[in-house]
Write a protein that binds this ligand. Structure first.
Ligand SMILES: [Zn+2]
Length: 602
């Protein structure tokens, strides 16, 4: 392949990778408007073969390569970033458009300068390939799911497992990352020859000249458009999470900083925790079953007014549904530690939560047994100090399949309940409705709403079938909860029992072009933070706690949040500690409000 052919290959990859956009514009006439995925595969493979058979024909200096790679990343891997800036610019005068255009030039020069700084000797090509591939992966998730790349998203990515990753790798993923990342990376690796500088001195001088030029350009542009950039920085703060690849570097830096301090000792929470004398009275043991739902959003619970029968199995008079509950975070890595901690949504930080005890530690210190049963990808360190059984890690043993559906939690709960006669908290962590492969969250027999979206490329499904699939996962969660309650009802001759179900965060199902979850809480739509919560109490537990389902029902539409969990568990197990706040204990709120409604602090 000659350098001309190589350049044409690269140009084709660029055009194909932005064909969604091209088909919506006048330029669309030049490319086939119905570019099928199969043709993209052929183009991608052809481009890779062309690169592989290339004679290292294109001679570029390290600075030249830095500018080419930078232009590719700034232009092709930052579509969402530029769309937001362009749509929100001051369109009343030429300044707004000029400010965005000049920013593009400055970012191109800045990224090129940073890359040039890394392109020393043999490092140039590996670094260029790494940047191209990483940026393509980040850009794919931003463009496809409407997510932003911040600390929470990167933390989730670092804490995920192979099965979750496999769920995300669709044909569209391979094509997008292939065209935007793999093809240019292969081109750089195989078709580009770096021109060596004649001496170290000369190379250093070139780099310094580049730094000086870029600095001058940046300062001059900032001075000329300061008011515009200041307004954008103030009003569009979150847009920085769309700028690839600095969003990921920023997030990694933040995570490194929060993990850096060696946490040798945990801060004690509720060091004065003791059981009230009433807790030691001669009566049946108390068992609280806390079911942590995964990715269930309140908007799709018929118990909360959703128009489709997703909670049929839970239609029973002794079950209380709380209709106004918000989550602490919009992803598991935030919500899970937050809901078990005493810090509260307003002040919550993962760094602080991982450096102090949570409610499980307090309960255990006060003499309550605790057990955690995991059927998804991890408890985010919350269950670190209590006995934990992972059905997720050994699915073959528990259900004889590659992954267990959540109904495997019912026999696991029975085992855990029968294991001790002491007062006990059993936490069940479900797979629930974790996406994008919602169709893998329920067995074929539980496919009630059809047609379904049986792929992980959910953005290719119509919204109706996507909703059907998600609703099937919610209905299956309802079945699992109903079966658990039926068994607990039988066990209530031996124990006083409370079952509390609470989801960790909600989900977007294509509304406004958004999918999945994890947007910063301030920006997140209600569907990502409004979560379902429900409770069942056995007659014995109701007497013991002084709350009948009717009394709980009376305050069930008050505003609750994840902040209520810590104090509600302390209240249920009658634990005396200065850390307890009755105003956040759902039982205490219900007792004190009686038939009258009272709102708890959020
Ligand atoms: Zn989650």
């Amino acid at each position: 392949m000659s350098s001309d052919q190589g350049a044409i290959t690269l140009l084709m990859a660029a055009i194909l990778s932005i064909d969604d956009w091209l088909t919506r514009t006048a330029i669309g006439g030049f490319v086939n408007k119905s570019m099928t995925e199969i043709r993209k595969v052929v183009a991608c493979v052809h481009a890779l073969v062309a690169c592989a058979s290339a004679r290292r024909a294109l001679h570029l200096s390290a600075t030249g390569l830095a500018f080419v790679v930078s232009l590719w990343v700034v232009a092709l891997d930052n579509r969402a970033f530029w769309r937001v800036l362009w749509d929100t610019r001051d369109s009343s005068s030429w300044r707004g458009s000029a400010a965005v255009s000049m920013l593009a030039v400055v970012l191109w020069a800045l990224l090129a300068t940073a890359l040039r700084g890394l392109f020393w000797r043999w490092m140039a090509k590996p670094v260029a390939c790494l940047v191209l591939l990483t940026s393509a992966v980040l850009a794919h998730f931003i463009d496809t799911f409407g997510v932003v790349i911040d600390r929470g998203m990167i933390r989730n990515a670092l804490e995920t497992d192979l099965r979750e990753i496999a769920d995300l790798l669709s044909l569209r993923w391979w094509l997008d990352v292939g065209l935007r990342g793999l093809v240019p990376a292969a081109f750089v690796a195989l078709a580009v020859q770096i021109k060596r500088s004649s001496s170290w001195r000369r190379e250093t001088r070139d780099v310094l000249a580049l730094v000086l030029g870029t600095t001058t350009l940046t300062l001059a542009t900032t001075a000329a458009f300061f008011a515009d950039y200041a307004a954008t920085a103030r009003n569009q703060r979150e847009v920085r999470h769309l700028l690839t690849p600095t969003n990921a570097l920023n997030a990694l830096w933040g995570i490194w900083k929060e993990r850096r301090p060696s946490r040798t000792t945990l801060a004690t929470v509720g060091s004065d925790a003791t059981r009230k004398s009433s807790a030691s009275l001669d009566r049946k043991p108390l068992m609280v079953v806390l079911v942590v739902g995964e990715t269930a959003r309140a908007a799709n619970f018929s118990l909360g007014g959703y128009g489709r029968p997703t909670n049929v199995a839970l239609n029973r008079p002794d079950l209380v549904y709380f209709s106004n509950v918000v989550s602490c975070g919009t992803d598991t890595a935030t919500s899970l530690p937050c809901m078990f901690s005493d810090i509260g949504t307003e002040r919550f930080s993962i760094t602080e939560a991982s450096a102090r005890e949570n409610i499980l530690d307090v309960l255990v210190r006060a003499g309550v047994d605790a057990a955690w049963i995991e059927n998804t990808s991890g408890c985010k360190e919350v269950c670190k100090r209590v006995p934990t059984k992972s059905l997720f890690d050994e699915p073959q043993r528990w259900c004889g399949a590659a992954t267990c559906f959540d109904d495997v939690l019912v026999p696991a709960l029975q085992q855990a309940a029968d294991a001790s006669a002491a007062d006990k908290l059993v936490v069940l962590h479900m797979q629930g409705s974790h996406g994008p492969a919602y169709f893998k969250r329920y067995p074929p027999t539980a496919r009630r709403f059809t047609p379904t979206c049986d792929t992980n490329s959910i953005q290719g499904c119509d919204l109706e079938s996507l909703r059907n699939t998600y609703d099937n996962s919610i209905a299956f969660t309802s079945d699992v909860l109903a079966r658990s309650i039926e068994w607990l009802e039988r066990a209530s001759s031996r124990k006083d029992i409370v079952l509390l179900y609470l989801s960790d965060h909600g989900e977007s199902l294509g509304e406004g072009g958004l999918y999945l979850h994890g947007l910063p809480r301030r920006l997140a739509p209600r569907t990502q933070v409004q979560v379902p919560m429900l409770m069942w109490v056995s007659p014995g537990a109701a007497r013991r706690l002084g709350v009948t389902p009717l009394v709980l029902q009376a305050s069930s539409d008050a505003q609750y949040s994840h902040d209520n969990l810590f104090h509600t568990l302390l209240g249920a197990f009658e634990i005396d500690t200065a850390a307890y706040r009755s105003g956040l204990d759902i039982f205490a709120i219900a007792r004190s409000s009686g038939p009258r409604r009272r709102t708890a602090p959020p």
